[in-house]
Design a protein around this ligand. Structure first.
Ligand code: SAM
Ligand code: SF4
Ligand code: SF4
Length: 343
C-alpha cells in the first residue's frame, strides 16, 4: 500500500463518507434552523460510484472508513454499500456514526454485511431533553438501537455525547454509568463551532478540563490511559478508579489537527480536506466525465500532498469567536453544513 503525506507529514489514512445530507433529527448544535437547502438528488453518488472512490482512496493509503451523514441509516439499502466497501481488503476498519433512531431495524444486517464498529450519538438520558434539544420524541428508539447493536455483535459500541453547558453538563457521570451498564464507552465531545452550529457561543462550551474536574468530584481520581502512538486518535481516554474507561474529544480547546489523517467525502462526491475547509474538490464531476482511477488518484494524491489545513487550531486564534458561518452563507453553499460534510 502506498502512503500519501501532506505538508505536515500527516498520512491520508482515514475517510469519512457522508452517505446522505438528510436527517431525522434536528440537534441544536448541528441543524437548529427551520429549513434547509438539500443536495440535489441527481447529484448523490450511487453505491457503485462511492465504492469506486473508496477503492481509489484505498490505493493511496486509506484503511479506515467511517460512514456518516446526515443520518446514514436514512440511505436506502445501506448494508449493500457496507458489503461493497467491506469486500476491499485494504479497508481494515469500517465504522459508522448514527443517531440510532433506525438502528434496531438495521443492526443485524449491517453486522452481516461487514460493518465492524458502531458509534451511536447519545446526548442525554432524558427523553424530554432530547425533544427540546433535537426535536425528536424517539429517545426510546435510540436506546433500543443500542441494545440491538449489542445483540447483533457490536460488543464495544461507542457513545458520542456533545456536551453543552446548561443542557447536559449535569449528566456526564450518569452517561458514563449508562455506558458501563450497557457495554458501551462514552466519548464526550466539546461543542464545536462547525458550519451549521449557528447558535454556537464560547460560553456553552464545556472544556475537557472542566469535564474532568466535574467527574473527579463524583468518582475520585481519574487516570489518563496512554494512547497508541502508532495510531493517534482524537479522543483522549481516561480511567475511573473502578476501571471504567471513557474518552474526551477536546476538539475546541485542544484540537487534534497536528495528527489529523482524515478527510471527508460528501454524498454528492465533494472532497473536503478539513472539517473547517471553506471549499471542497468536486470528484463527482470527474467520475461522471469518465476520469480513470489513475487520473482520480493523481488528483487526490497531489491535493493531499499540498494540504496545509488545521482548521480547529486556526479557530483558536480567532478573537470574538462566534458561529463559523451565518445562515445565508450556509444556504448559498450547503456543503458548509456539518450535516452535509459528515461529523
Ligand atoms: N447523524 C449521525 C449522528 O448524529 O450520529 C451522524 C452525523 S453527525 C454530524 C456526527 C457526529 O457529529 C455526531 O456524534 C454529532 O454529535 C457530532 N456533532 C454535530 N455537530 C457538532 C458540533 N457542533 N460540535 C461537536 N460535535 C458535533
Ligand atoms: Fe443530529 Fe447527527 Fe442529525 Fe446532525 S446529522 S442533526 S448531529 S442526528
Ligand atoms: Fe483535522 Fe481539520 Fe479537524 Fe483539525 S479541524 S482535526 S485538520 S479535520
Amino acid at each position: 500500500m502506498s502512503e500519501t503525506r501532506d505538508t505536515f507529514g500527516r498520512p491520508l489514512a482515514s475517510l469519512r463518507l457522508s452517505v446522505t445530507d438528510r436527517c431525522n433529527m434536528r440537534c441544536r448544535y448541528c441543524m437548529p434552523e427551520d429549513d434547509y437547502v438539500w443536495l440535489p438528488r441527481e447529484s448523490i453518488l450511487t453505491f457503485e460510484e462511492t465504492a469506486r472512490l473508496v477503492g481509489v482512496f484505498a490505493g493511496l493509503g486509506v484503511s479506515k472508513v467511517r460512514l456518516t451523514g446526515g443520518e446514514p441509516l436514512l440511505r436506502h439499502d445501506l448494508p449493500k454499500l457496507v458489503e461493497m466497501i467491506a469486500r476491499d481488503a485494504r479497508i481494515t476498519d469500517l465504522a459508522m456514526t448514527t443517531n440510532g433512531l433506525l438502528l434496531a431495524k438495521h443492526a443485524a444486517a449491517l453486522h452481516r454485511a461487514g460493518l465492524q464498529r458502531l458509534t451511536v450519538s447519545l446526548d442525554t438520558l432524558h427523553p424530554e431533553r432530547m425533544l427540546a434539544f433535537a426535536k425528536s420524541e424517539r429517545h426510546a428508539d435510540v436506546l433500543a438501537g443500542i441494545t440491538a447493536g449489542r445483540a447483533a455483535g457490536y460488543d464495544r459500541i461507542k457513545l458520542n455525547t456533545v456536551v453543552i453547558r446548561g443542557f447536559n453538563d449535569d449528566e456526564l457521570a450518569d452517561l458514563i454509568e449508562f455506558g458501563r451498564a450497557n457495554g458501551a464507552e462514552v466519548r464526550f465531545i466539546e461543542y464545536m463551532d462547525v458550519g451549521g452550529a449557528t447558535r454556537w457561543s464560547l460560553d456553552q462550551v464545556v472544556s475537557q478540563r472542566e469535564m474532568l474536574e466535574l467527574l473527579q468530584r463524583r468518582f475520585g481520581p481519574i487516570a489518563s490511559v496512554p494512547g497508541d502512538p502508532a495510531s493517534p486518535a482524537p479522543a483522549e481516554r481516561f480511567r475511573l478508579p473502578d476501571g471504567t474507561t471513557f474518552g474526551i474529544i477536546a476538539s475546541t480547546t485542544a484540537p487534534f489537527c497536528r495528527a489529523c489523517d482524515r478527510s471527508r467525502v460528501t454524498a454528492d462526491g465533494t472532497w473536503f480536506l478539513c472539517l473547517y475547509a471553506a471549499r471542497g474538490i468536486d470528484l463527482r464531476e470527474r467520475l461522471r466525465c469518465g476520469a480513470t482511477d489513475e487520473a482520480l488518484a493523481a488528483l487526490i494524491a497531489a491535493t493531499w500532498r499540498a494540504r496545509t489545513d488545521r482548521g480547529a487550531e486556526e479557530r483558536l486564534g480567532v478573537r470574538e469567536r462566534g458561529a463559523l458561518y451565518p445562515v445565508e452563507s450556509l444556504r448559498a453553499d450547503p456543503h458548509r453544513e456539518m450535516h452535509t460534510r459528515g461529523g
